[in-house]
Design a protein around this ligand. Structure first.
Ligand code: NAI
Length: 333
């Protein structure tokens, strides 16, 4: 099981690489970045876990060498939010090109790899990866994932806080659907594994929803110019990568929300589009993972009228973000 991290020397990349090094299912770890990746690799290589670790830089075909034989590729490369670059969409200008070029490397060197996209704006970068793969004739909608796990992790944490018991947080499960930015993040709190207290009033519920949607802003503000979530994102990215790895190795019944292409009717994409009442190409929904990647995209299930309104409110922005990603590969700007 060869895992590759593209952007491995960054704020997310380093702790994510550490967590992948600690995952015994990973037998080989390749770290690629435009700076510092060999140092990070040597540092991690002293950890007594099975995987061999190597670091690569752009010269001498470093990207190709890193990607050769890859099973899972995680992409946290690109700039994060900071003052002056305040929305995830602002990141598009720089990250779109970075992700397009890395996707080209994957499409030509490891077209069968499972690709996990962390770089923001995820609502646009995932379509960019898919369009690059289409151009190279290697697109498989089951193998490309936008990592929305941090929204799920935040929902578990914040719900456990409302329940007054942080020790519950690892077992609290809330599906988060839609996309990965502001109002496109829709937590389905009515489906929480741990129901919210009946005493929670409407404004407290709105506050909780808002905190899950804009939790990233708390981190950007607290870091005060030093970037956005890195450690919680690394944790979330490693959680999701770990689930993909377990599923690929044959474990059944693993379900996780993730932003995926709805092209494949066989995996439930069409049914979800019908449920949404819109011909969207991508959506984040609970997805059952299997040996080939996406095994089944679940529908929204029973949701409250208020949640239905949140989904409706998410669709225009989501659709615009998706179109922007697709157009970038068709006609680069
Ligand atoms: P960072 O700036 O600390 O690290 C980014 C790394 O990417 C740097 O080491 C940089 O050298 C590298 N890089 C830049 N261009 C590259 C290229 N062409 N090839 C390979 N590596 C390249 O940023 P941080 O905080 O690690 O964030 C990375 C991305 O993750 C940002 O786009 C951020 O918005 C996103 N993010 C996504 C989240 C999610 O939930 N999906 C949550 C938090 C951040």
């Amino acid at each position: 099981m060869k895992a590759v991290v593209l952007g491995a020397a960054g704020g997310i990349g380093q702790p994510l690489s550490l967590l992948l090094k600690a995952n015994p299912a990973v037998t080989e770890l390749a770290l690629y970045d435009i700076v510092n990746s060999p140092g990070v690799a040597v540092d991690l290589s002293h950890i007594a876990t099975p995987s061999k670790v190597e670091g690569f830089l752009p010269p001498d075909d470093g990207l190709k060498k890193a990607l050769t034989g890859a099973n899972v590729v995680v992409i946290p490369a690109g700039i994060p939010r900071k003052p002056g670059v305040s929305s995830r969409d602002d990141l598009f200008k720089i990250n779109a090109g970075i992700v397009r070029d890395l996707a080209t490397g994957i499409a030509t060197t490891a077209p069968k790899a499972f690709v996990l996209v962390i770089s923001n704006p995820v609502n646009s970068t995932v379509p960019i990866v898919a369009e690059v793969f289409k151009k190279h004739g290697v697109f498989d909608p089951k193998r490309i994932f936008g990592v929305t796990t941090l929204d799920v992790v935040r929902a578990s944490t914040f719900v456990s806080e409302i329940l007054g018991d942080r020790s519950l947080s690892p077992s609290v499960s809330v599906p988060v659907v839609g996309g990965h930015s502001g109002v496109t993040i829709v937590p389905l709190l009515s489906q929480s594994s741990h129901p919210l207290p009946a005493s929670l009033d409407a404004s407290a519920l709105d506050g909780l929803i808002n905190r899950i949607q804009f939790g990233g802003d708390e981190v950007v503000k607290a870091k005060d110019g030093a970037g956005s979530a890195t450690l919680s994102m690394a944790y979330a990215g490693a959680e999701f990568a770990g689930k993909v790895i377990r599923a690929v190795k044959g474990e059944k019944g693993i379900v996780a929300p993730t932003f995926v292409n709805l092209a494949s009717d066989k995996t439930g994409g069409d049914a979800l589009k019908k449920e949404l009442g819109k011909d969207l190409e991508y959506f984040s929904a609970p997805v059952e993972l299997g040996v080939d990647g996406v095994a089944k995209i679940h529908g929204l299930g029973k949701i409250s009228p208020a949640e239905k309104a949140l989904v409706e409110a998410a669709l225009p922005e989501l659709s615009a973000n998706i179109e922007k990603g697709i157009a970038f590969v068709e006609v680069p700007k």
